[in-house]
Design a protein around this ligand. Structure first.
Ligand code: PGA
Length: 248
């Protein structure tokens, strides 16, 4: 049985002191030992969030990182720094990073390798645009994202990875994919992992759905056989996140 993983993606929200307040507010609400709970916070909030979450079931994740350990890369944060700060997860290849910050499948793959090297679990995002869905190429596009993203990642590593399926047209729009659409693509991603590796990796890897998840839609989505939790944006900044974590 795969353990569900429900992650909040705070995006570019919350100052360090606001982050402390939000972790403290959510701490009692997100208690649920059956689920892995992750807060992916802005880089500047990471240390304060780790400190504030100590002793709770909340793990802190980053929203991005660079694929070198150190050096002349002004403005970037390295996996060594994240690991040293107690960061356990990192979101890689979010569609906003692909769209606004020129992330490609190749850079995502480099980051995947680095994350594993430093013991950080990647949450690798994939997902189609509305145009791709209408053209009927959703699965072709996502299979390419997954295949290149996981290039030369070992089976042992892949088993521990998290993939977030986030249809771009459903992010921040209030338009959640239907349960059937979300399940269908998550199943397709699992089949793609089985093709790259084998059935045991496909069985182990956790696949989240993301895109306007809220307390109302979470129970049905997370009950699907191939949906192992969610990556939650807007609703992760509110007490509602507690309801999402305790969706049953
Ligand atoms: P949303 O964001 O829940 O606000 O749609 C999800 C995400 O981008 O991870």
């Amino acid at each position: 049985m795969r353990k569900k993983i429900i992650a909040g993606n705070w995006k570019m929200n919350q100052t360090p002191s606001e982050a402390v307040d939000l972790v403290n507010t959510l701490k009692p609400l997100v208690k649920n030992e059956e689920v892995d709970v992750v807060f992916c916070v802005p880089a500047i909030d990471l240390l304060a969030a780790v400190e504030t979450a100590k002793g709770s079931n909340i793990q802190i994740g980053a929203q991005n990182m660079y694929f070198e350990d150190k050096g002349a890369y002004t403005g970037e944060i390295s996996p060594v720094m994240l690991a040293a700060a107690g960061i356990k997860y990192v979101i890689l290849g979010h569609s906003e990073r692909r769209e606004y910050f020129a992330e490609t499948n190749e850079t995502v793959n480099k980051k995947m390798h680095k994350a594993f090297e430093h013991g950080i679990t990647p949450i690798m995002c994939c997902g189609e645009t509305l145009e791709q869905r209408e053209q009927g190429v959703t699965m072709d596009f996502i299979r390419q994202q997954v295949k290149v993203g996981f290039l030369n990642i070992t089976s042992e590593q892949a088993k521990t990875a998290v993939i977030a399926y986030e249809p771009i047209w459903a992010i921040g729009t209030g338009k959640t994919a239907t349960t059937e659409q979300a399940q269908e693509v998550c199943k397709g991603i699992r089949m793609c992992i089985a093709e790259i590796y084998d059935a045991s990796v496909a069985e182990a890897i956790r696949i989240q759905y993301g895109g306007s998840v809220n307390a109302e839609t979470a129970p049905e989505l997370f009950a699907q056989p191939d949906i192992d939790g969610g990556l939650v944006g807007g609703a992760s900044l509110k007490p509602d996140f507690g309801k999402i974590v305790n969706y049953k």
